[in-house]
Ligand binder design. Structure first.
Ligand code: C5P
Length: 239
């Protein structure tokens, strides 16, 4: 399947149409951004690593019965996906306290959250993706209550699958963000699951292995993403 026309260019990926109106190509660029695009850098190999990392995780989620938009890898940096009608909300699950949760609530970092929390954020860069609740989502027509329930249930099912996957490889899945959309009326996981959109800590040392390395200027960003992949048994093609 060939890329026809660039539809949209996000902070780290570009989206292309194909000859099939139901399918699109995601091109994972090397761009890495944080703080609503205020910090941007090009990191060698990141596009290829994230594209192939995402492909493996999406396939594992499909195997566990979670519907995703992923169809197949097309090249080191390109994937074919279903074209979704995106819901403009970000679904965040947190297993351990850190990040904006600690800033917002003044709670200590590193607390085990039992049960894990679930939060919704509006996808809106200009407003800095504000936190919203299910009533905002319904009142403004971003999603119905049934759709919110479905996204929440799927986001927690992803947690069960991925917490175990990372734990078996010596890592803690601290938190992550998912985005969903509708494909022919059905709720499907879209966007990506990569170390850009989750937090992963080494289970022994609690060393950060995710995009916090970039946010906090810790260095070895892509090397850490590769290490996470290798621990999960992935190999990466950079050709
Ligand atoms: O910043 P915060 O603590 O709210 O982030 C929670 C989780 O969601 C983190 O894993 C972060 O990487 C992810 N996230 C994201 N994209 C955003 C906001 C958060 O991937 N726009």
């Amino acid at each position: 399947m060939q890329k026809v026309k660039e539809l949209y260019s996000g902070k780290a990926k570009s989206v292309f149409t194909t000859e099939d109106p139901d399918q699109m190509v995601l091109f994972f660029r090397n761009d890495t951004s944080a703080f609503d695009g205020k910090k941007i850098e090009q990191l060698d190999r990141k596009g290829a690593v994230n594209n192939q990392f995402n492909a493996t995780i999406m396939q594992k989620l499909e195997e566990a019965g979670i519907p995703t938009h992923f169809e197949k890898l097309l090249s080191p940096q390109d994937s074919l996906v279903k074209k979704l009608d995106m819901i403009p909300l970000e679904c965040v699950v947190r297993n351990i306290s850190t990040g904006s949760l600690c800033r917002r609530l003044g709670v200590e970092e590193g607390l085990d959250l039992n049960p894990p929390t679930f939060e919704l954020f509006l996808k809106n860069d200009e407003l800095g993706d504000p936190m919203v609740n299910e009533y905002h989502a319904q009142s403004f027509g971003w999603a119905t209550m049934d759709q919110i329930r479905e996204m929440r249930d799927l986001t927690f099912r992803v947690n069960e699958v991925l917490k175990k996957l990372f734990a078996d490889a010596g890592m803690l899945l601290v938190d992550y963000k998912l985005e969903f959309g509708l494909y022919k009326g059905k709720m499907v996981l879209g966007d990506e699951f990569t170390p850009d959109g989750c937090r992963l800590w080494d289970a022994e040392t609690r060393e950060k292995l995710d995009k916090d390395r970039f946010r906090q200027g810790l260095g070895n960003v892509v090397e850490s993403y590769e290490l996470v992949g290798h621990r999960l048994g992935m190999t990466f093609d950079y050709t």
